[in-house]
Design a protein around this ligand. Structure first.
Ligand SMILES: *[C@@H]1O[C@H](CO)[C@@H](O)[C@H](O)[C@H]1NC(C)=O
Ligand SMILES: *[C@@H]1O[C@H](CO)[C@@H](O)[C@H](O)[C@H]1NC(C)=O
Ligand SMILES: *[C@@H]1O[C@H](CO)[C@@H](O)[C@H](O)[C@H]1NC(C)=O
Ligand SMILES: *[C@@H]1O[C@H](CO)[C@@H](O)[C@H](O)[C@H]1NC(C)=O
Ligand SMILES: *[C@@H]1O[C@H](CO)[C@@H](O)[C@H](O)[C@H]1NC(C)=O
Ligand SMILES: *[C@@H]1O[C@H](CO)[C@@H](O)[C@H](O)[C@H]1NC(C)=O
Length: 305
């Protein structure tokens, strides 16, 4: 059947057939603009998900039939609504403009829309792309995690958005970007690599979506400070032992006068006597191991003021 046969058919059929003709046109052939090529549709329309999109088609008084199509589906033909979608409404059907509006646009609405008109018995079409943007959103991210030093860790941050967001990982105490990817892999993690990691999902639609994951690295205790201390008889003497560990170390001390506060253990002699002088051992333990250090309490000369 030729184009002549097409024109003899009822209008609804015509639109469909003309659309078929449209799809026979190789992709990429531009719709020429200017007086001879009505209709003139607008440039691509970009809206955010949830907003409304207006599709405008400029026409003139020679135009006898008008329709808006979504891909191959007629939405409106003249004032007649063909679409059953109640988000689609007609805005204007005048001698100069034929426009429809889509409310509450969703990502499925993205794609080519065609304004199809008939001028002097010649069908013409023009296409506009509806582009739907979505702000970046992190949809799944690793939970806070505790691992032992030396093990391997993979953090995941999955994000959605249109255009697809760029995902990056940053170590907050390191202040550097550690991954330009949804996955952050750390092999043989060290205690310096513990702390908060921040995932950012960025596209240019709205502000980035940012979330944090806390990585705790367990390591066995080491004694960072244990100094020999002098004290004279009759005075107060204090021995201190400081240990670093995750989880916090416990100090094993069975004598009286020992207090532990976090990483610091203090042994206090309220009234030093000769028999107190000697070699003391500070033992720090956590679930990963233990360590010890010796501290000497020695006699110091009493200074008179
Ligand atoms: C409209 O969007 C389509 C599909 O994204 C693209 O191929 C085309 O180049 C765009 N046209 C203009 C004028 O931006
Ligand atoms: C456009 O067509 C697509 C694919 O059939 C559909 O999912 C979408 O809901 C349609 N949108 C409108 C506004 O008709
Ligand atoms: C997140 O991803 C993990 C690992 O792929 C999966 O087990 C979990 O079900 C996901 N959670 C959600 C809410 O999609
Ligand atoms: C310290 O101990 C000595 C000997 O036991 C005692 O004579 C002295 O009174 C004590 N001093 C204090 C301040 O308790
Ligand atoms: C204290 O005791 C430890 C072992 O318990 C030993 O290795 C160290 O040499 C001793 N220090 C002194 C000054 O005697
Ligand atoms: C102190 O540590 C050494 C090994 O580093 C160990 O042989 C010793 O038994 C420990 N001492 C105590 C009192 O835990």
């Amino acid at each position: 059947m030729g184009v002549g046969g097409c024109l003899a058919l009822p209008w609804r059929c015509l639109v469909v057939l003309c659309l078929r003709l449209l799809f026979l046109v190789p992709a990429g052939v531009p719709v020429r603009s200017g007086d001879a090529t009505f209709p003139k549709a607008m440039d691509n329309v970009t809206v955010r998900q949830g907003e409304s999109a207006t599709l405008r088609c400029t026409v003139d008084e020679r135009v006898t039939r008008v329709a808006w199509l979504n891909r191959s589906t007629i939405l409106y033909a003249g004032n007649d609504k063909w679409s059953i979608d109640n988000r689609v409404v007609i805005l204007s059907n005048t001698k100069t403009q034929y426009s429809i509006k889509i409310h509450n646009v969703d990502i499925y609405d993205e794609g080519p829309y065609t304004c199809s008109v008939q001028t002097d018995n010649h069908p013409k079409t023009s296409r506009v792309h509806l582009i739907v943007q979505v702000p970046p959103q992190i949809v799944n991210i690793s939970s806070d995690i505790t691992v032992n030093e030396g093990s391997s860790v993979t953090l995941m941050c999955l994000a959605f958005g249109r255009p697809e967001p760029t995902v990056t990982w940053r170590h907050l105490s390191g202040k550097t970007f550690v991954s330009e990817d949804e996955y952050l892999e750390i092999t043989g993690i060290t205690r310096e690599q513990s702390g908060e990691y921040e995932c950012s999902a960025v596209n240019d639609v709205a502000v980035p979506d940012v979330r944090k994951v806390k990585v705790t690295v367990n390591y066995p205790p080491y004694i960072s400070n244990a100094k020999n201390t002098g004290a004279s008889v009759g005075q107060k003497g204090i021995l201190q032992c400081e240990a670093s560990a995750v989880p916090v170390a416990e100090f094993q001390c069975h004598s009286l006068g020992v207090t532990s506060k976090g990483r610091l253990s203090t042994l206090t002699f309220f009234n030093v006597s000769e028999k107190d002088y000697g070699n003391y051992t500070c033992v720090a333990t956590n679930q990963l191991g233990n360590t010890n250090a010796s501290i000497i309490l020695y006699g110091a000369k009493q200074h008179k003021p």
